[in-house]
Design a protein around this ligand. Sequence first.
Ligand SMILES: NC(=O)c1ccc[n+]([C@@H]2O[C@H](COP(=O)([O-])OP(=O)(O)OC[C@H]3O[C@@H](n4cnc5c(N)ncnc54)[C@H](OP(=O)(O)O)[C@@H]3O)[C@@H](O)[C@H]2O)c1
Length: 237
Amino acid sequence: MVLAARREELLKELARELEGRGAQALAVRCDITQAADVERLAREAEAHFGAVDVLINNAGIGLFGPVEALSEEQLRQVFELNFFALVRVTQAVLPLLRKRPGGQIVNVSSVLGHRGLPLLGGYCAAKAAVNALTESLRAELAAEGLSVLLVSPGFTETEFRQTRLHAQGWQQNAPPLKQMSAEEVAAAMVKASRRHRRDTVLTLPGRLMVLANRLVPGLFDVAARRMLHRMAKRPEP
Ligand SMILES: NC(=O)c1ccc[n+]([C@@H]2O[C@H](COP(=O)([O-])OP(=O)(O)OC[C@H]3O[C@@H](n4cnc5c(N)ncnc54)[C@H](OP(=O)(O)O)[C@@H]3O)[C@@H](O)[C@H]2O)c1
């Protein structure tokens, strides 16, 4: 396994844990918004393992606030990590995926990539871009025997809500939904990967949301507006 993120100490700790379980793990400090870091990541992966079997594009960041209040800088930051960095890593790793048959790319989107919700427009738009790109890439690579999967987690207990960006003065109270653990999401991703499942939407509310949006989009607008506005803390007047 090649583990890539910015916090090297955590990566090394995880690599040690994985090696204790018999895996070969390489920790590479890498900011995927930086082209030079991503090139080095691909070089190190190739030097250690020769090829890549599965690429998991997981890094992402949230953004909360009404579209009207989102700064261009925040929107660019969200697209930079969720979308552009995903493309950058995919392009850098594709030659390594082609070195062995049956390579796979797993793009981590969100249930919010399937439907724009009020106060989450910037994040929803970035994940919707990931969804569209995933479909294009899947069709482009199919003839080479490479598969491209989309996994869309729902509400998950991670550091996501601590790192999320907020429009000036806006905050979100914790939604009254049951969260999946990161381990449960990881297990679902492994299952999707083994079964080559092209599209995996996680959590019951997530699946219901995708379905309700398809069947009764107008009604879903009203329900989403009520729910999101109840959870929002607005800027002081
Ligand atoms: N949590 C949820 O409720 C939820 C729901 C739906 C979808 N998702 C999606 O699930 C994915 C994982 O999110 P999470 O919930 O695990 O969030 P998280 O706890 O904030 O984790 C984000 C991960 O991305 C890494 N990362 C962030 N910026 C990076 C950068 N510039 N370069 C390299 N690595 C970077 C972080 O490591 P470093 O900080 O060390 O770099 C961390 O490992 C994201 O795509 C997110 O959009 C999350």
